[in-house]
Write a protein that binds this ligand. Sequence first.
Ligand code: AMP
Ligand code: ZN
Length: 512
Amino acid sequence: MTDAHASPFSGPPLKLFNSLTRELEIFQPVHPGVPGDPANPPEARVYSCGPTVYNYPHIGNMRAYVFADTLGRTLSFKGYKLTHVINITDVGHLTDDADAGEDKMEKMAAEKAQSIWDIARHYTEAYWADVKALNIRQPAHWSIATDYVPQMIEFAKAIADRHCYELEGGLYFDTSTVANYGALARAKTEDGEGRIEEVEGKRHAADFAIWRKTPPGETRQMEWDSPWGKGAPGWHLECSVMSEALLGFPFDIHTGGIDHREIHHPNEIAQNQAHSCSDASGARIWMHNNFLIERSGKMSKSAGEFLRLQLLIDKGYHPLAYRLMCLQAHYRSELEFSWEGLGAALTRLKRMLKFIEVQRWKEHEKTGQPVRSQKDAKPLPRSEWHRFAILGYLGDFEAAISDDLNTPKALPIIEAILGDSAISLTDRWEMIATADEVLGLNILRMDRADLRVRPKVATISEAEIEAALTRRKEARAAKDFAASDKLRDELIAAGVEVMDGDPLGWDWRLGD
Ligand code: AMP
Ligand code: ZN
């Protein structure tokens, strides 16, 4: 391995698990550039399969974007110029990933008696609100599938003769025309049992539609003219076309949830092989996050409680507690959602913020001087790291995230830095600012008040709580414990948990 392929900086190389080889691989960029040359920087180009905007995303879907964001932040941290694309699927995704059933968007539009465009706009905005709340960085491009239909038709035309056949329902991709179809899924070509609804005339179970014709006599809300008649593109086609249009061919990393490893991504790869007349899969590395599950099984938008991020917020959990919950597990492990687990993540986040405040308060007590706010701390440029090399924290942090984004191992390092009283506060804040560029927890930017999200059901205002607590403090100071207990009971009845003995007066929280 040459140096050009190691991290542009002197740190350890970035190792990522490639689903294609099922092995950890050192990230070797397609565009290695020249480290240190701003005109030709080492690049990382990443495509993430985005949401189908027919409904609100559930928090499991959002795990996929927290993962993609952590990857993007890590690549930036390692010195690569990142170009990240997330697509918005507003056409073509059927109720069954393997091209059976109805278009999810058409179905929801019919149910709600609204136009597909309105449905797409509403749920795209809801998704973007979750992205923002989870402190997921904006990608360079949000590519909207319906903006790329002419390019999709051109792509399909280019592969139609050699790789496709036409049926009544549309243009189908013949999966036997490419080498090693399904290698990513480790599936055999004919292993389509239970995967695909019968489509009359299909040559192989795994063959899939790249263009779906509008049935005669019907009009779809979304349809375009094509050499195969009026219709709409297949879902798999979209990602092949948009990734190449925005990132080139091949690009570096393609991400998605683990379900995409089985059908969607093998189909993208087959199309890419056909279009490039080669065995190139399109991306050098394919990465998949594992599922967020519920105790009862897979998370779903229809069964049981619909776990949207907004529901968590309504119940009084700050969205970044959910981000922390995701980071506490490795992205390749299944993560079971529970309210207790989320509560524990919130407590962990609160502890960090509280610790920062306690340290500032102590410093102020000691020196009698105003203490610089942690909010002003900036990440340390690499050239400054040597100042802290002896402490090892930043090196350990980088080693953890460079090891296939080992965030569970990286997180306690933040807590260790916070708690190391041998380091000045300013230095601690700078080290944390540096690490938090990767974790995105906003540790230094939030106040404890930010974490006190108000549950929707709360019957008491914050001003009323503060006023009652002041009265209670006065009662206690006057040793009127009967009055103090009465006030406490009233607060508990209103859902406020009072925490006595908090040196910062961080002494209440609204219960769940
Ligand atoms: P969709 O909107 O269904 O296309 O899904 C958006 C993203 O969420 C895809 O990358 C899926 O693979 C991923 N995904 C779906 N369900 C889960 C889950 N329960 N946990 C983690 N990722 C998921
Ligand atoms: Zn995709």
